[in-house]
Write a protein that binds this ligand. Structure first.
Ligand code: FES
Ligand code: FES
Length: 178
């Protein structure tokens, strides 16, 4: 169901239905085959290619986005099921000149190598630290990030980055001084 022409209506669809998605604060009206996943809608129809497709089966977390502040695998849900809710992708987090603190921390603590899993890791970390009960230990960080796989094995840096942002949020003055 991939459509190479970003933003074009899906003319191969047997039946296209109107779908409205609110992504990074902007509303997008689309005509989509109701079988199109949220991941494919974001990447192929709206051009949010920062969200990656890994397994396409809910097993790797590369496609993680926030829907109503909850992290979800966007390959496992249909676009049509995610209307009237705010969706946030990696493009909505920060800009190169003003990175989100978690993006900065991933850079500072070597939280990636090839980068393929990174947007999913970062979206998951944002949910973990900003919309869930923050993890109490490194073990808990690992456990609660276990839905996001990294084939490069950048796990030590990922855990360190998340721990540092958590600690800076608990003690902002120390965080600024560091
Ligand atoms: S691409 Fe969605 S979980 Fe792997
Ligand atoms: S940085 Fe390469 S897969 Fe995670």
């Amino acid at each position: 169901m991939d459509n190479p022409e970003i933003g074009q209506p899906d003319e191969t669809a047997d039946v296209a239905v109107p779908v409205t998605l609110t992504v990074n604060g902007r509303r997008h009206d689309l005509m989509l085959d109701p079988r199109v996943t949220l991941l494919d809608a974001l990447r192929n129809y709206l051009g949010f290619t920062g969200t990656k497709k890994g397994c396409d089966q809910g097993q790797c977390g590369a496609c993680t986005v926030l829907v109503a502040d909850r992290r979800i695998d966007s390959c496992l849900t249909l676009a049509v099921m995610n209307q009237d809710v705010p969706i946030v992708t990696i493009e909505g987090l920060g800009a190169p000149e003003s990175l989100h603190p978690i993006q900065k921390a991933f850079i500072e603590h070597d939280g990636f190598q090839c980068g393929y899993c990174t947007s999913g890791q970062i979206m998951s970390a944002v949910a973990l630290l900003e919309h869930e009960k923050p993890p109490a230990s490194d073990t808990e960080i690992r456990e609660r990030m276990s839905g996001n796989l990294c084939r490069c094995g950048a796990y030590p840096g990922i855990v360190e980055a998340i721990r540092c942002v958590r600690d800076a949020a608990r003690n902002p003055v120390a965080g600024e001084a560091a």
